[in-house]
Ligand binder design. Structure first.
Ligand code: ATP
Length: 468
């Protein structure tokens, strides 16, 4: 495979718009900051990613079930999770990694490392004091980078339930899908036959009022998460082994199922300072986007923190009774692999992009299971009813089994060129010979090789290649 694919973020952004993968939201009004919509091809690609994730990590596992919880949850959920209490925290953002830190925490750890410095009381410092201190002392993040000035900051979008002014209940658009899983822990236990260890997977929209903008769909205000909470009894399951198993499952999904090149992937372990206080271990699976290695998928061992918080805030019993020893109850611990579907889409597009200079074409070399359309059906000519009729038969036969596109415009060369750019692995042409022997021409995207295949064998033949 040609490693120099010629990919840049500008080229991906422009192809995405030109070919209908991703459009800026409200384009005719000049767009909305960090917001994008998915066009006809993007909608298919997103759906393929979701379906493959769900198939591999929920359906095909004995120890997983799914959930679909709401975007609007009881506001106490976010108090318990810690999202609301961080409301007015002064946050600073790393200028390079864009990670956010509590400004007071950064200063405190700077003071610990610089005992000779003049003592200050950090607690209660206002935004200006914090900004002045950071600037004067050149306080940096644990990664050694400078920070943007501190801001009182909360990433939660607030809205309200109710229509009468003065009587509205403030609620939040969820900042992550995970909390819906934790709040249903007891319901899932009571309504299904799961026993520890087991996991719950969910895909859905999340919203964050991000202060960093740019980088296309990598970081947006509204995005989609695919999250797993994997519950276990820490006395019966070795968390380190389990953590490793989940890391392997993530890698297998990205490299094995989605076909992403391994040399573009790496693990990054969070340092003690970077990790949330309740997390015992956090890793990011990073992909090398055109703007550098960046977090694609995070995995964290969150101990029993979340369930314990919901027990404390709701007063409900979310403990688990040991089936071998009913007098023993525990608060399960949890490992959380959490990925942004939109970041997977951006990775898939960047990884697939290839400028085939020899043949003067751009090809999106998606693994066939990811490609928005698996096949495109072309009648050789438009004005011969026998040919278009036969082509329609082939189209409907394939469309029932796989994403299929119909194209009868322009010459065949132009149609190939277009399908290459949107990543369709197989183009099927119905021509004069088809009328004689019921065979069609199948042209493969990457090799551009063509062969005749009998219509009756076509569907199984393509499915075999797509599912390989
Ligand atoms: P980052 O450090 O990039 O802001 P995060 O550590 O805050 O991400 P998590 O809270 O761990 O992210 O969310 C889990 C996953 O959700 C991330 O790995 C990422 O794939 C995705 N994600 C988070 N924020 C966004 C966003 N604003 N836009 C798109 N995807 C996001």
């Amino acid at each position: 495979m040609n490693q120099d694919s010629g990919v840049t973020l500008d080229k991906i952004t422009s192809l995405a718009k030109r070919r209908g993968f991703v459009y800026p939201t409200s384009d005719i009004y000049g767009g909305l900051t960090s917001s994008y919509d998915y066009g006809p091809l993007g909608a298919e690609l997103m759906r393929n990613i979701r379906n493959l994730w769900w198939r591999d990590l929920v359906t095909c596992r004995e120890d997983m079930v799914g959930l679909d919880s709401q975007i609007l949850l009881h506001p106490e959920t976010w108090v318990a999770s810690g999202h609301v209490t961080a409301f007015n925290d002064p946050l600073v953002e790393d200028k390079v990694t864009h990670k956010r830190y509590r400004a007071d925490h950064l200063i405190e750890s700077w003071l610990e490392k610089n005992p000779q410095a003049e003592k200050v009381v950090v607690e209660g410092m206002n935004l200006e004091d914090l900004a002045a201190f950071i600037e004067k002392n050149r306080v940096k993040t644990p990664d050694g980078n400078e920070v943007f000035p501190p801001k009182a900051f909360n990433i939660m979008f607030q809205t309200a339930v109710g229509v009468v002014e003065g009587d509205k209940m403030p609620v939040y658009l969820r900042g992550e899908t995970a909390q819906g899983i934790f709040t249903h822990f007891a319901n899932i236990l009571n309504s299904t036959r799961v026993q520890l260890p087991f996991g719950v997977g969910q895909i859905g929209k999340s919203f964050r009022n991000e202060i960093t903008t740019g980088q296309f769909v990598f970081r947006t205000l509204e995005f989609e998460q695919a999250e797993i909470e994997y519950f276990f009894d820490p006395e019966k399951t070795d968390w380190q082994e389990l953590f490793k198993e989940w890391q392997d499952a993530m890698w297998q999904f990205v490299h094995g199922t989605l076909g992403i090149r391994e040399e573009k992937l790496r693990w990054r372990r969070h340092s003690d300072a970077e990790r949330s206080f309740y997390s015992k271990e956090t890793y990011d699976l990073e992909y090398e986007y055109p703007f550098g290695f960046k977090e694609l998928w995070g995995i964290a061992y969150r101990t029993d923190y979340d369930l314990q918080q919901h027990i404390d805030h709701s007063g409900k019993d979310l403990r688990y009774k040991d089936p071998q020893n009913p007098s023993r109850t525990i608060v399960p611990h949890v490992i959380e692999p959490s990925v942004g579907v939109n970041r997977v889409l951006l990775m898939a597009m960047c990884d697939a992009y290839w400028e085939d200079k020899e043949n003067n074409r751009t090809v999106m070399r998606f693994k066939p299971n990811l490609a928005p359309y698996k096949a495109a059906v072309f009648p050789l000519v438009k004005n011969k009813p026998e040919i278009t009729g036969k082509a329609r038969e082939v189209f409907h036969m394939l469309a029932k089994r796989m994403g299929t596109s119909w194209d009868d415009r322009g010459n065949i060369g132009k149609r190939y060129f277009y399908q290459d750019e949107i990543g369709t692995p197989f183009c099927i042409t119905i021509d004069y010979q088809t009328l004689e022997d019921n065979t069609v021409t199948v042209r493969e995207r990457d090799s551009m090789k063509q062969e005749r295949v009998a219509i009756e064998a076509l569907c199984e033949r393509l499915l075999k290649e797509i599912e390989a």
